[in-house]
Structures are given as structure tokens and as C-alpha cells.
Design a protein around this ligand. Structure first.
Ligand code: DAK
Length: 257
């Protein structure tokens, strides 16, 4: 498929998507979000791909939703466009999704990073939710996901008072997994994705789903979900292979079955 606002690459078993509207600091217009979701769904459906990295440019992961395209919209326009339905497609990806963030991750850009499973940052990464300064509030999960990540007080400051978080602060908060120099952060994200891609895909998929359940359900339901996933995996060839390989002191060969 030909896209105008993103670039698609594959690196062996890892899919790489680059947001590519450099003149607008990768501002997320409806076309970009639709193309991003379409490319993510294509990777999800491709058996050869086992993990995905999403990145922007060195200067900007994404500077938010496109203010120019939103400025004249009415409430009814927003409702009819039902854009949140499209944005949700990012969170619905089943394969591990790593955000590699350098420079600005603001507004919708930060929200997209928060929808990913892990964030690898460059030293220049800046995270913020400046929507209130524009007279609106975050619209793609910022108020809900950030409070779960960093707690209520700091989330209030970030959202109500446009407090920006540096890469180092984000690391200390556990919001990002690691921080690397600008020259290497993308390679490090790809290396992490490649490691995860070498693991049994069904177990990885169930583990991701179970971790995400922790956000969405009460503990008892989450524990039940986890246990059912575990039992189910005993019907997979990869479980047989993984345990046999351990006992036979050899490397496993996982097939995703
Ligand atoms: N939208 C449109 N264009 C943008 C943009 C944005 N968010 N951010 C930057 N640009 C454009 C600038 O207009 C400029 O274009 P030209 O003037 O050259 O044509 C170009 O990118 C370069 O930007 P600057 O000249 O401003 O570059 P600087 O280095 O001086 O500053 C900056 C970089 C990131 C600090 C600054 O550009 C900035 O403050 N940008 C806006 C940040 C922001 O407020 N972002 C939040 C947007 S609100 C929804 C879901 C989500 C959302 C809404 C709805 N639904 C599901 C319905 C989310 C809303 C938001 O994200």
C-alpha cells in the first residue's frame, strides 16, 4: 500500500513505521492517523512480523494533533468524524509495539506513545499535553493513561499547567523504558524489538493482553484472565518446543503455533 504521511520498513521480523510530515513536525492529521492504523493492521496480519517500532524524526516524534486542520471544526464536525474510533486502532494492535521517541512528543503525539507497549527515548525527548493552552483537553486517552502511569498530582500538573517532562524525568517515573543518545535510540528500540521478536509469539501476545487487562479490570478478573491464558498456551506447539528445548539443553525453535 502507498502511504503519503508515513514510511514503512521491515527489519527482518521487526516492522518499522516512521511518521513523516516533517514540515508540520509530524502533526497527526486524520490522514496520518488513518494511514498509521492501516499499516499497523497490516503488520498485525503479517505472520513474518513479530514486533513493531513506531518512530518520528529526531526533532519530533509528533507535535500533537494538527491544529491547522482542527481549528475551524465544530463540536458536531468532531462528533461526526468519530476520529477517536480511528485512534483506538493504535491501542488495538496485538503485536508488541515500541515507541522510539526523540524530540517533541506533545498532545496527541504523547498520547500515541502512551498507547504503545514500551517507550524508548532519545536524550532530547520532551513529553507534554498542552491541549488546555488551546482551550481543549486531551482527546486520545491522555487524561486516563497518564494518571495511571505517573499518579494524580503530576498528571494534574502536566495537563492543567502544561508541565513538560524531560527524557530523564520520564525515565525516573517509569514512563519510558530507557534513554539513549539521539544517534542510537532508534537502533536500540529496533534491537529490543528484535529480541522480543525471537520469543514465542503466542506467549508474547497473551502476555501483552494480560498486562493490558491490569489497566482495565479488577484484580480478580485480571487474575482469571491470566490463568486462562496460561492454560491455553499449554495447547501450543511453542510450549512443547520451549520446554523440550530446555530439558534437552538446546535452543528452541518457535513457530507461533
Ligand atoms: N499542528 C499543526 N502544525 C504544527 C503543529 C501542530 N500540532 N506543531 C507544529 N506545527 C507546524 C508549525 O505550524 C510550523 O509550520 P509553519 O509555520 O512552518 O508552516 C512547523 O510545524 C514548525 O513548527 P514551529 O515553527 O512552531 O517549530 P518550533 O521548533 O519553533 O516549535 C513546538 C516546536 C513543538 C514547540 C511548536 O511547534 C508547538 O508548540 N507546536 C504545537 C504543540 C501543541 O500544542 N500540540 C498539541 C496539539 S492539540 C482527538 C485526539 C487527539 C487530539 C485531538 C482530538 N480526537 C480523537 C478527536 C489531540 C490534540 C492535540 O494534540
Amino acid at each position: 500500500m502507498d502511504y503519503e504521511t508515513i514510511l514503512v520498513e521491515t527489519h527482518e521480523q521487526v516492522g518499522l513505521l516512521r511518521l513523516n510530515r516533517p514540515k508540520a513536525l509530524n502533526a497527526l492529521n486524520p490522514q496520518l492517523v488513518a494511514e498509521l492504523v492501516s499499516a499497523l493492521q497490516a503488520f498485525d496480519a503479517d505472520e513474518a512480523i513479530r514486533a513493531v517500532v513506531l518512530t518520528g524524526s529526531e526533532k519530533a516524534f509528533a507535535a500533537g494533533a494538527d491544529i491547522r486542520e482542527m481549528a475551524d471544526m465544530s463540536a458536531v464536525d468532531m462528533l461526526k468524524a468519530d476520529l477517536i474510533g480511528t485512534w483506538d486502532g493504535i491501542y488495538q494492535v496485538k503485536k508488541p509495539l515500541i515507541a522510539a521517541v526523540s524530540g517533541y512528543a506533545l498532545g496527541g503525539g504523547f498520547e500515541v506513545a502512551l498507547m504503545c507497549d514500551m517507550i524508548i527515548a532519545s536524550e532530547t525527548a520532551v513529553f507534554g499535553l498542552p491541549e488546555v493552552s488551546l482551550g481543549i483537553i486531551p482527546g486520545a486517552g491522555g487524561t486516563q493513561r497518564l494518571v495511571r502511569e505517573v499518579g494524580k498530582g503530576l498528571a494534574m500538573e502536566v495537563i492543567l499547567n502544561d508541565r513538560r517532562l524531560s527524557a530523564e524525568e520520564a525515565l525516573a517515573l517509569g514512563l519510558v523504558n530507557a534513554v539513549y543518545p539521539t544517534d542510537t535510540y532508534l537502533d536500540e528500540a529496533l534491537a529490543l524489538a528484535a529480541q522480543i521478536a525471537s520469543r514465542p509469539p503466542l506467549a508474547v501476545r497473551f502476555a501483552k493482553e494480560a498486562i493490558n487487562q491490569a489497566y482495565e479490570t479488577a484484580l480478580t478478573e485480571g487474575l482469571l484472565f491470566e490463568r486462562r491464558g496460561l492454560y491455553f498456551l499449554f495447547s501450543s506447539e511453542d510450549q512443547t518446543e520451549g520446554m523440550a528445548a530446555f530439558l534437552e539443553k538446546r535452543s528452541p525453535e518457535f513457530k507461533g503455533r
